[in-house]
Design a protein around this ligand. Structure first.
Ligand SMILES: Nc1nc2c(ncn2[C@@H]2O[C@H](COP(=O)(O)OP(=O)(O)O)[C@@H](O)[C@H]2O)c(=O)[nH]1
Ligand SMILES: Nc1ncnc2c1ncn2[C@@H]1O[C@H](COP(=O)(O)OP(=O)(O)O)[C@@H](O)[C@H]1O
Length: 203
């Protein structure tokens, strides 16, 4: 029996380091992961590439995708739509590869409803002062947006209990090791279950 890929959801407040940790995991090359590229109506930041970081959409186009059921989940976050194209997720899982979704909590809860077999990981900051300084130092957001993102962070942290795992991003290396450890042990669980099913079928 071929093992289906794992759906891995990584959430956490803006600026906690999701992108940084994910990129470090991908470049480690220990497993092959596929990144689920989201659609968004947010404007591209300097250096972001359409079709690589996000699919950048106008609002009308995004609303058409919602109407046509093209999204596994979507949400409005600080004034913009964000959503996960469903087709790519399904096709990746069918090929046996793991897919990585880096999404906020409301969307993650929708995924949990539809795909409860997913692995839900929440990345936490060491503290709120460190979180704010990471957003400020990143230098991509104006101060009213930073304030909104910090308010949103408090709301998001209160939903952490719905996740399977919480991982502190104190250093990138520690966070990468912990996330890879979780994925490794989830794969072992699936393999053991498949072994039991195969043994039952042989009897
Ligand atoms: N629900 C949902 N959230 C998303 C999606 N793509 C990105 N996000 C989240 O939307 C939030 C804002 O993303 P972004 O504007 O890129 O800011 P950043 O994560 O702070 O760099 C972050 O929490 C992302 O993880 C998606 O497809 N669905
Ligand atoms: N463990 C860490 N220690 C210190 N700075 C970090 C750490 N992880 C990420 N950062 C920095 O914090 C900022 C926000 O990280 P980013 O990956 O963009 O966060 P997110 O994707 O969660 O919004 C970036 O400038 C990044 O270099």
């Amino acid at each position: 029996m071929t093992e289906k890929g794992l759906l891995i959801v990584l959430s956490g407040p803006s600026g906690v380091g999701k992108g940084t940790v994910r990129q470090a995991i991908f470049s480690r090359g220990e497993r092959e992961f596929i990144y689920s590229i989201s659609a968004t109506t947010r404007k591209a930041r300097e250096g972001e590439v359409d079709g690589k970081d996000y699919f950048f959409k106008e609002r009308e186009e995004f609303e058409r995708m919602i109407a046509d059921n093209e999204l596994l989940e979507y949400t409005e976050y600080v004034g913009n739509y964000y959503g996960t194209p469903i087709d790519y997720v399904r096709r990746t899982l069918d090929t046996g590869k793991d897919i990585f979704l880096e999404i906020e909590v409301q969307g993650a809860m929708q995924v949990k409803e539809r795909m409860p077999e997913g692995i839900f990981i929440f990345l936490t900051p060491p503290d709120m002062t460190e979180l704010e300084s990471r957003i400020v130092n990143r230098g991509t957001d104006e101060s009213p947006i930073i304030k909104q993102r910090m308010e949103k962070a408090i709301e998001e942290l209160s939903l952490m209990r719905y996740y399977d795992y919480a991982v502190e991003n104190d250093t990138v290396e520690n966070a990468v090791q912990k996330v890879l450890g979780i994925i490794q042990s989830e794969h072992l669980k699936v393999s053991r279950i498949l072994d039991t099913i195969c043994a039952d079928e042989r009897e």
